[in-house]
Design a protein around this ligand. Structure first.
Ligand SMILES: [Zn+2]
Length: 300
C-alpha cells in the first residue's frame, strides 16, 4: 500500500533525526589514554598494569569516553596520543619517569600546550627537581620533590571536599596508603584546588617515611598546628588545559574502596572535559576484580 505523504515525512524525519545524532555521539567521544608503568614492587603494591585495567573497566559505562590502555610503560608508538583529550600516567617516577625520559618531555609538553589533560598517580607525581619539575607544575600544578615532600604510610581521614566536579558523590573515607604530602606546588597555589586534604598526626610527621626514612625537620615543624596537607589536587592551566595529581595508589587493594575509586574516576573525566555526573562515576569492583591482572609474583 502506498504510504501517505504524512507517513513518508515522519519516517524520513526519524531517519534524518537519528543519523546525525549517532554521528555526533561518535565524534564527541573523548579519548583517554591510560599509561601503566612497569612492575617494580612485590605483589599488591605499585600494580600499575592491574590498576589501569581496573580503572578502564570502571569507565566502560561512560559513553563520552573512549579509553585506551597502554601497559608496561611508555607507549612504543606515540601515535596512541593522536586526538587524546586526556592522559593518565600511573607509574614509577623520579629519574625514570616515563614522561620525562629521552625526548619525551618536549613531546608531552607539546601535547599539554594543545590543552590535553594529564593526571599523574602515586610515584608518577615525582620527577627530579632539575628535570621536568617546572613542566609538571605547569601541567598538573605541583609535584613531589625529593627530601622536600615526604612519603609515609598512613591513613588520612578525608572528611570534607571542595565544591568541585571531582568531589561529586565522594563520601568521607580513610584508607591506609603511601600518601605523599608537602608537594612543591605552583607559586601561591595559582590555579590549584586541593581535593583530598587531611591533617597528619604528629606521629606521621615524625616518620619513618618509606624513603628516605626521614624525618625532615620542615615536616616536623608543623606538628601540633592542625595543618592540613594535600594528597590530591586539581589544576587549571591558563590555556584551559587541566591537570590532576593523586599521591595515593601504592596499595592495589585500595581500589576496592568506593570513594577512593570514585574520586580518581571523576578526575579522569574532568581532565578530559567530560561532565562529571551529579553523583560521580558509579562503578562496582568485586574481589575477583581486585585479584585480576596482577603482575607476575616476585617480579622486580
Ligand atoms: Zn609506593
Amino acid at each position: 500500500m502506498k504510504a501517505t505523504r504524512r507517513e513518508f515525512l515522519a519516517a524520513t524525519a526519524v531517519t534524518l533525526g537519528t543519523l546525525p545524532h549517532l554521528r555526533a555521539a561518535d565524534t564527541e567521544r573523548k579519548k583517554l589514554v591510560l599509561i601503566a608503568g612497569t612492575p617494580s614492587h612485590g605483589p599488591g603494591d605499585h600494580e600499575f598494569n592491574a590498576g589501569v585495567r581496573l580503572l578502564a573497566k570502571c569507565l566502560e559505562g561512560v559513553k563520552e569516553l573512549e579509553v585506551v590502555t597502554v601497559l608496561n610503560g611508555y607507549p612504543k608508538d606515540e601515535k596512541v596520543f593522536d586526538g587524546a583529550a586526556g592522559i593518565l600516567c600511573y607509574a614509577d617516577g623520579g629519574g625514570g619517569h616515563p614522561l620525562i625520559r629521552d625526548k619525551r618531555l618536549a613531546f608531552i609538553d607539546g601535547l599539554m600546550k594543545k590543552g590535553v589533560g594529564l593526571m599523574c598517580g602515586h610515584f608518577g607525581v615525582e620527577v627530579p627537581k632539575d628535570i621536568g619539575a617546572k613542566e609538571m607544575r605547569e601541567w598538573i600544578g605541583g609535584c613531589y620533590e625529593h627530601e622536600f615532600s615526604c612519603n609515609p604510610m598512613w591513613s588520612p581521614e578525608f572528611k570534607t571536599f571542595p565544591d568541585h566536579p571531582i568531589s561529586r558523590g565522594v563520601k568521607p573515607f580513610s584508607v591506609r596508603d603511601e600518601w605523599y604530602f608537602n608537594m612543591r606546588f605552583r607559586e601561591g597555589m595559582k590555579g590549584v584546588t586541593p581535593i583530598l586534604t587531611a591533617v597528619p598526626l604528629d606521629t606521621v610527621r615524625d616518620g619513618p617515611y618509606v624513603y628516605p626514612k626521614g624525618p625532615y625537620k620542615h615536616i616536623q615543624e608543623a606538628k601540633g598546628k592542625n595543618q592540613a596537607e594535600t594528597m590530591m589536587w586539581a589544576a587549571d592551566r591558563p590555556d584551559g588545559g587541566r591537570g590532576v595529581g593523586f599521591s595515593g595508589g601504592h596499595v592495589h587493594r585500595n581500589w576496592g574502596n568506593e570513594s577512593f575509586r570514585k574520586v580518581v574516576l571523576n578526575a579522569l573525566l574532568w581532565i578530559c572535559k567530560v561532565e562529571v555526573p551529579k553523583d560521580g562515576v558509579e562503578s562496582k569492583v568485586t574481589e575477583d576484580d581486585l585479584k585480576a591482572n596482577l603482575d607476575p609474583k616476585g617480579k622486580k
